[in-house]
Structure formats: structure tokens, C-alpha cells
Design a protein. Sequence first.
Length: 354
Amino acid sequence: MNDELSPEDELRLNVLFNTELLAVRIDESNMTLWALTPQGEASVPLKPNERSDRYLKRVRELLSGHALGSPGGYPVHLTRWTRQSQSGLSPQHLAQLLLIAEEEAVVAVVHSPALTDELARRAWWCMSTIENARLMLMREVVYQGAMGRVLAEFLVEHLAFLHEDDVGILDTIAVMLYSGVMTDAERLSMWKRGNSRNSYYVAFLELQPDNLPSPRAARADHATVPQLAGNPYSVMLDKALSGQGQTFIATTAVILDRPEVQEVVNHTLNALANWAAPLRQAEPERRAAARAELLAAAPQFEADCDALDALAAVDADTVRPIFLKTTAIGSLMRRKIQPVITPLLDNIAILRRG
């Protein structure tokens, strides 16, 4: 086994080390080392003098020795890091990790709370993946910086590649809504995709329950809801019968009528619980008094109050005993959760009448 790089590669890499390097990656399929510099990209075609995997290991050892002062190669402790334990690294150290052409080192940078917009640019150049885009968009410094739109445009374009990955779709829409980087047109486009895959809707219900795209008309009797200060039934009826409320519960029904995976059910039920917070947070005595006050003023809403009570009584914990006993998805999962979901859909139908 040869312990040295080929003379050509050693010369080229030593010349490269005399320039200002911002990031390094290796295209193993083409045996090419790429470097990002302030002037742009530079490439070094590699000429192995032994088996490719061994040769690339030697190249990375040289890179590590130059960037980190670790001639033994990629630091062993990095491979044992969890992806949430880089809080002590400075931006300078993170920048060094991007010079060793190791994917795990790039992932460490992406997860770091010390990530900056510039480091995000370099990490993105090293490793442009959907997961990395989502992770970096969770950082305020990134979504408010130059990389925010870059990552958003990538995610919008590549959502189609998630196909039937409901959890991936949910997570991607969630981070784009959270970061606020989508244009109004992109946001509406994401919402409309829910017509073909209902997991697109879930993050909207979680993060923007009162600002959903394409709101429906308010229920015909919305204007007759008594406005009683501090009354949680008055608050919830006014919300549920409004255009946004009708959109929320109708969309909830669409998702729960045909969810494909357990995560979609859990997230949707928790979104419903958060939406019903005024009732859920009221003490039992206060709820009873508020309900009596509301019905004394408008007895025609008794069935609607019953429906709101039913909606406010569920969250992800309601289906947890079922999911603890099964990993079922699709139609089998839907059959197992039917005792929980069918009454919910019936009560949503009551709130949508008229």
C-alpha cells in the first residue's frame, strides 16, 4: 500500500493550500476535489496511485492536517458527536470543519447554533440536501440573511422529490412557514398541493391556524354569535363560524378522513387542540358557567357547543394508546383510529352546517 499521494496531486494540493479556502468537497464519482475561494470555484482532478477509497482517505488526512492541525486525519471524536452537541464551537472552528471534505463535518456545521449566514452559504455549497436546507432555515440569522431565499427556492423546487414522504413534506412546509421566506404565491401553491396530498395542509394548521390561504365563507349565522367578554364559548363560536374557522375545521376533516401515517394524525390533533385552547384552558367551573351564559343568550347554538366540547377534548395523547400497540399506516391505521376520528368528523360536520 502506498503511503504517499501521487506527485501531481501533492503538488496541486500544496498550491491550493496557499490560497484562501472557504470550503472543500470531493466528487468521488469523478475523483475531483473542488474548492470554494473568494474568487470562485477551483478544481483539482485526482490521480490515484492505489485503490480509490484508500486514496481518498489519504487526501482527507492531508486536508485535515492543513485545516485542523490533525495529521492523523478526520478527528475521531467528530464521528461520536450527536448532532445537537456543537454548542461550544465558534464560527472559526465551524469554518475549519468545512475544509476537510467530510459530510459528517458539514452536518455538524449545519446543526450548530453558532451557524452564520456566510457559513450557511459555504455549507450549502458543500452539501446541498433537503435536510440541510430545512435545518439551516430554522436559524433566524439564515432565514433573515442572503441564504433564506436560496434555501426556500430549493425546497419549493425539490418538494416534488419527496413524493409520498408525508413526514418530509410536513417538516419542509413547517420550516418554510416558520421562517417566513416563502412569497405569497409560493405559500398559496404549497396550500393547493394539499388537494393531492393532505400532509401539505398540516403545518398550516399548526403554524398559521388563523391565517390560512383561500379562506371559505363564514357560516351564515356567524353574525348572530353573542359577543360575551371573557366567555370561551363565545370566543370559540365566533372563531369556528368565521371564514378562517370554517377553513380550519374543513381542512382538519380532510386530513383526518384519510391520513396516511401516524405522524400526520398526531400533528393534526395537536393543531386542533391548540386551536381550541380557549376552551381547553378554561377551568371546568368556568366552562360550565360560560356555556350556560352563552346558551341563555343564544340557545340555538347548543349543538355547536357540544361539538366544540368534543373537539376540545382530543389531542395526540388521545390516539397514543392505539399507536403504542401498532406501527400500522394507511387503511389499517385508519381502521384502528376510527373510534376516535369518526366522532370528531361528525362534530366538525355540525359546526359546518348552515
